[in-house]
Ligand binder design. Structure first.
Ligand code: IVH
Length: 674
């Protein structure tokens, strides 16, 4: 066989390994996916004609052919440890104190702070740079041989990169399923009417424990490496945990990008808070932070106790899911009449607060999850998202449980509830006759992004509506000191402040006013687009469907909602009354018109991510929309620019992957004026 073919094959493999590294480890591919596929196909073709040249470490050999009948066992040469936990600051300070005391060290300790990934621990053994086996943690001493399955993870190198590695290198890390992959897997399961996975961790475990590696290969599993096990015949460069992680990355092993080196407990806590704030936006599930004493010399001196190192601690986040049971179900009426079933729960501490109500979304969801009153349920509260009932605890159903049925009439105004075919949401047909819809409409009108009336909270609005002091948002401007102080718990000072705030809200921008009206599906962006396109309220009011369809982002459904809104006499009356009460919409700035602005960014599709220095993302968005840019939520091939601030994460990597231009706030401001 000509040696040139062998060379060709080796060249292709090297190339493919390099591109996989750029893609999976550095998140920074330098060729499009199609190019990778082309090289891969080329290699496949060569290997087909020269099967004698196929080696197990070839990128084509990830999926073995035969399913296993059972997993073998692997004895860990060094045990796989677990971590001690703390749940609050005091306990973390106590841990840090113990570290100081044992080391007789006065200065602040340097730690690596790492997200605590919620997946499964795995040990990868490389000998002479080649992946020999992969084992689960098992009981810490003996695990299962999942080599066949781990080989199907494209982010796990079958061969380490370079030459600078010890003869034997065991790498430990966490296999997990990214949230997006998990959502897609469950979506597919729903379509096929198969059982869904409860959470990404279960999905990762289930996927790894497949006897047929072809199934695992189809599951979106990833890995981040965080420590080493046996190291023989050489060393890893570096004298700290942080440097060790960097070295693993150099060898081709994926390491989490959100890991930081911090000094002292205060810095640990601010890292904890930062990650907790971003928890929902991270691409992967985590259940806390792990702090590890950074200096390996210190780690050696600290040693281990039982099954956990004395030099590391897990600082757990409040659980986002807990069990409670459904006491009853109420139906809430929203601003547009949407009826939402809400479960009244036995109070439960979840996601850091006590929750006693959780949304059941709509009847389709109730049927899909088969939720009944009396059931034990999993309640989830993640970040700012409204608490929800995720599912029934299997086997908890009692004979006394009661099915949930949609009401036929609105619980507030008794109007008929209608369910439009094809829509999941049922609606009260009462419109502004329904006091719940009126109250919700007024809450929306007064909210920060709308008229921004300080001191007019939801409870107060409900009180005002219940006492018939207001019926519409226009009535707000007819409130008097006397009527306000007649309310329970309303002092003269608060009443005066509220009247002042109402006075101050009388000059909204056109966009804010349009948004405040609460037209169905007209959010902030659409309101701004309408303002830019029509310049005045009366032109929007009189716009016909065709003209509305010309406006950026407005489709037939939204156009119809707008026209319908301005055809309703009660809505026109409220607008008239608002104007008579002294609401004067500020002149819409001609300079905000797209056609008048020659900004480089006009008409461009822009995504904003990360923390911008000295400006909120909302403000940046407003500025961009004002010059006719379109601000969207996720990066795709259509995105023109990514405006990235500090701590930009997956959107930044995706933008780089797709070759989307990345700009910072400073360059955005410069481009705005160009
Ligand atoms: S270090 C000697 N680092 O947490 C240190 N573990 O509760 C051993 N885990 O079994 C573990 N993220 O599965 C470490 N950044 C991280 C981790 C992490 C998740 C898991 C791991 C371990 C469990 C202990």
């Amino acid at each position: 066989m000509p040696s040139s073919i062998k060379k060709e094959i080796e060249g292709l493999r090297k190339n493919l390994r390099y591109h996989a590294y750029q893609y999976y480890v550095l998140d920074d591919p330098d060729v499009p996916d199609a190019e990778y596929d082309r090289l891969y196909k080329q290699l496949l073709a060569f290997e087909e004609t020269h099967p004698e040249l196929i080696t197990p470490d070839s990128p084509t050999q990830r999926v073995g052919s035969k399913p296993l009948s059972a997993f073998g066992q692997i004895q860990h040469q060094l045990p796989m440890l677990s971590l001690d936990n703390v749940f609050n600051e005091e306990a973390l300070y106590a841990f840090d104190q113990r570290v100081h005391d044992r080391l007789l060290h006065d200065e602040a300790i340097e730690y690596t702070a790492e997200p605590k990934l919620d997946g499964l621990a795995i040990s990868l053994r490389y000998e002479k740079g080649v992946l020999i086996y992969a084992a689960t943690r098992g009981d810490g001493t003996t695990g299962e041989d999942v080599t066949q399955n781990i080989r199907t993870l494209k982010s796990v190198p079958l061969m380490l990169l370079g030459k600078d590695f010890p003869d034997v290198l065991e790498v430990r890390g966490e296999v997990f399923m990214p949230k997006a992959g998990f959502a897609e897997l469950n979506r597919q399961a729903r379509l096929k009417e198969e059982k869904e996975f409860a959470n990404p961790r279960n999905a990762a475990a289930g996927s790894l424990r497949q006897l047929d590696p072809k199934i695992t290969a189809k599951r979106p599993l990833s890995i981040y490496c965080y420590s080493t096990g046996v190291v023989e015949g050489g060393e890893l460069a570096g004298s700290t945990q942080y440097e060790m992680l960097q070295q693993l990355q150099v060898l081709g092993l994926p390491v989490c990008r959100d890991i930081r080196r911090v000094r002292g407990v205060k810095a640990c806590l601010s890292y904890y808070q930062d990650i907790l704030n971003r928890r929902d936006k991270l691409a992967y599930d985590i259940d806390g932070i792990v702090y590890k004493v950074d200096a390996v010399a210190f780690q050696r001196r600290l040693g281990f106790v039982a099954r956990a190192p004395r030099w590391a601690i897990a600082h757990k986040f409040p659980a986002q899911e807990e069990i409670s049971h459904i006491l009853d179900v109420d139906f809430q009426v929203g601003r547009t009449g949407a009826i939402t079933p809400v479960a009244r729960l036995a109070p439960v501490f979840v996601g850091g607060v006590t929750v006693s109500n959780a949304t059941l979304h709509n009847m389709d969801e109730i049927r899909r999850k088969d939720v009944r009153v009396g059931d034990q349920v999993i309640v989830r509260r993640a970040g700012d998202v409204i608490p929800e009932v995720v599912r029934v605890v299997p086997g908890s159903r009692k004979a006394s449980s009661v099915k949930i049925e949609m009401l036929s009439h609105c619980p507030v105004c008794d109007s008929v509830i209608e369910q439009i075919d094809g829509e999941a949401t049922a609606r009260c047909t009462g419109g502004l006759y329904c006091s719940a819809q009126r109250a919700e409409a007024i809450k929306h009108f007064a909210s920060r992004k709308a008229m921004d009336i300080d001191g007019l909270g939801n409870k107060l609005i409900e009180q005002l509506v219940a006492q018939a002091l207001i019926n519409t948002s226009a009535d707000l401007y007819r409130l008097t000191l006397t009527s306000l102080v007649s309310l329970e718990r309303m002092g003269e000072k608060s009443a005066e402040n509220l009247l002042l705030a109402l006075e101050q809200s009388k000059q909204p921008t056109l966009a804010k006013f349009l948004y405040a009206l609460g037209i169905r599906e007209v959010g902030e962006t659409t309101a701004m687009n309408l303002a830019n396109a029509f310049m005045s309220l009366s032109t929007v009011q009189n716009a016909e469907i065709d003209a509305l369809l010309e406006v950026q982002d407005i489709g037939p459904v939204v156009a119809q909602h707008i026209v319908h809104f301005f055809q309703q006499q009660p809505n026109l009356d409220v607008i008239d009354q608002l104007q008579s009460a002294g609401i004067k919409i500020k002149d819409h700035q001609r300079t905000q018109l797209t056609s008048d602005i020659n900004s480089e960014l006009s008409g461009k599709i822009i995504v904003i991510t990360g923390t911008l220095p000295g400006m909120s993302r909302g403000e940046a968005k407003e500025k961009l929309i004002a010059i006719g840019a379109k601000v969207t939520g996720s990066v795709s091939a259509k995105t023109d620019y990514l405006l990235a601030g500090d701590n930009a994460g997956s959107k930044l990597s995706k933008a780089k992957k797709l070759g989307v231009k990345v700009i910072n706030l400073e360059s955005m401001l410069a481009l705005l004026c160009e």
